[in-house]
Write a protein that binds this ligand. Structure first.
Ligand code: PHB
Length: 581
């Protein structure tokens, strides 16, 4: 059997090859995490053979690990290709929710980005690196944007010198060791290779300067053109909670002009953030297994979806899970989901209680996670570390609704044997964001990007029906209703009554109104806040069976698809804005 540490997974250069795992460590969990990190560093997708090379694991091991992760909903497997799945973000969400800083500060960071018209980020220390926990990005032609979870070497950033003011002698020793072990920064897949050593040589001086001034600059240390200015956000006891940065480009600012023009605004925003931390009520401590007690808001939602990875597979029998399924890997990852909002610190018993894992299993999982640097322990209290975000968060936080929807629509098309699509409202029209055709000879083919009048389509009716009453009334008052076929509903009062019904029924069916012979049926897709953001629909020829039969057969399939898409969307959208495309 191949040793797990023959070839350390990419990205581990910053932590030299870990020492031999403790005796009680769970080897399958170590391997599962190596595969997840390999996929993350590869940008979210890789072949199983490439994963074997990146992790040093035997191909048969990679296959079993990937099959287990697929069964947990953490990766999509398509033949010998593996891709990270949105549900994996529940691990990073557990860390970010426990940390609380994104919930408390991201609104302030977003407001600052609006005020400065520059990208703003929040970062925390991760060993001798910095890791992003929030990004408020201004899209520009020239912009290099990092993602939540990306790890950068401290010495090549603006937040780094501030965070290094709190480093111990041991941290400095680790930093020096890394300079020798990884002189080109290959352990940091988010950034270009290091071209020269100026940043390293200068780093101790920049740390002292940051200590004296309270701010730090990055003048193109990551790449030519990129400049950043940072100020530390401190807790009432004076420790650094995170670092806020404004990021720009030399086409707009030199490093000096960035400091001169943005430092006052950045400082004011940081003062507001510090006040927010000072007045934040202590998190309500939640207890009881699987958020049973006192869950509200996002946690209540989580409860509906199955609060932990455990719920997704523990109810399945061994036979259903298949011979490939590695229970100890699934259980180990499940331990991570015990943490969250109001559960930043947990004892072993609490982890066991919340996940339903036997105490001995939870203990070995925590020992393994601690060995890998994903968990720390102080006394009896375990905590997640920012390294949890290296399990998929950066590539997955780029996901769009279209990207998330594709596997769900593909599965739906396979079940109903008709073309399906995802549509959004664009003024008077619905725009097709994604379409999956069934491949019939006579197929309904709606091209992604195409637009059709909303009033004559099922998706349009579902989307308009869900608008707040006032906007719906305005929409109805302005829309021009034309007879596209003899059956198109063109009387506003008729359309209004239909929309009322659609809202009550939760679906819309339209026959022959856009085009003769075309039937479409749609249901709404809701985001975490319950706002309808898209519609999923099935298209077919209207001659195929009665409308009533069609409702009976197709609507449950559509609803099941929307439910599973929403589950993914709600996990992805917890800390990240999910655009349509
Ligand atoms: C940096 O270059 O130091 C930097 C880049 C992007 C950020 C923050 C800092 O969001």
């Amino acid at each position: 059997m191949t040793s797990t540490h023959e070839a350390p997974p990419a990205g581990s250069a910053l932590s030299p090859v870990p020492p031999v795992p403790p005796e009680e460590a769970v080897t399958p969990l170590i391997r599962g995490i190596a595969v997840l990190r390999g996929l993350t560093d590869a940008g979210g997708a890789a072949t199983l053979s490439d994963l074997g090379r990146a992790t040093g694991l035997a191909r048969s091991t990679v296959d079993r690990v990937a099959a287990t992760l697929a069964r947990m909903g953490y990766v999509h497997l398509d033949g010998s290709n593996a891709a990270l799945a949105p549900r994996l973000m529940e691990l990073g969400n557990a860390y970010l929710a426990a940390l609380r800083l994104p919930d408390l500060l991201s609104g302030h960071a977003d407001a600052l980005a609006d005020a400065l018209d520059e990208s703003v980020s929040l970062a925390v220390a991760d060993g001798d690196g910095i890791r992003f926990i929030h990004q408020a990005i201004r899209r520009r032609a020239l912009s290099l944007s990092f993602r939540i979870g990306d790890l950068l070497p401290a010495e090549r950033t603006a937040p780094g010198p501030l965070l290094a003011t709190e480093w111990s002698a041991q941290d400095w020793a680790r930093w020096r060791e890394r300079q020798l072990a990884d002189p080109e920064d290959t352990g940091f897949p988010a950034i270009p290779r290091r071209a020269h050593d100026a940043a390293t040589a200068d780093f101790p001086r920049r740390v002292e300067e940051a200590r004296l001034r309270g701010w730090a600059l990055d003048d193109q240390l990551i790449e030519p053109g990129l400049v950043a200015l940072s100020v530390a956000v401190r807790t009432p006891d004076g420790r650094i909670a995170c670092v806020a940065s404004a990021v720009s480009h030399t086409s707009r600012h030199s490093a000096d002009s960035l400091r001169d023009s943005l430092l006052p605004g950045l400082r004011t925003a940081v003062t507001t953030m510090e006040r927010e931390l000072a007045i934040a009520p202590p998190p309500e401590r939640l207890s009881g297994p699987n958020g049973a007690s006192g869950a509200s808001g996002p946690d209540a939602l989580k409860g509906l979806m199955g609060p932990t990875g455990l719920a997704a597979w523990t109810s399945a029998s061994k036979q259903e899970l298949g011979g490939e399924f590695i229970t100890s890997l699934a259980r180990g990852l499940t331990a991570i989901t015990a943490f969250g909002e109001g559960r930043a610190e947990l004892t072993l018993s609490e982890v066991a209680e919340r996940t339903g894992l036997p105490r001995a299993t939870a203990r070995r999982a925590l020992i393994t996670l601690q060995h890998l640097g994903h968990v720390t322990v102080e006394g009896r209290a375990f905590r997640l570390t920012p390294r949890i975000l290296s399990l998929g968060f950066p590539p997955l936080s780029k996901a769009t609704l279209t990207h998330i929807a594709r596997p769900h629509l593909t599965a739906l098309t396979g079940r109903v044997k008709n073309s399906t699509s995802l549509a959004v409202l664009a003024d008077d029209h619905v725009q097709c964001a994604l379409s999956v055709t069934a491949g019939r000879i006579m197929d309904v083919d709606i091209a992604a990007g195409s637009r059709v009048p909303a009033y004559a389509t099922s998706a349009g009716r579902v989307l308009v029906a869900s608008l707040p009453a006032e906007r719906r009334a305005t929409w109805l008052a302005h829309v021009r209703l034309e007879a596209l076929t003899p059956r198109t509903v063109t009387r506003p009062t008729d359309l209004e009554a239909i929309l009322e019904r659609v809202r009550d029924d939760g679906y819309a069916l339209v026959d022959d109104e856009l085009e003769e012979g075309l039937r479409s049926i749609a249901v709404p897709v809701r985001d975490r806040e319950g706002v309808v953001v898209a519609a999923v629909n099935v298209h077919m020829h209207s001659g195929r069976g009665s409308a009533a039969e069609c409702v009976m057969d197709i609507v449950p399939e559509l609803r099941a698809t929307a439910d599973s898409l929403e589950a993914d969307l709600h996990v992805t959208g917890r800390f990240v804005h999910v655009p349509v495309s």
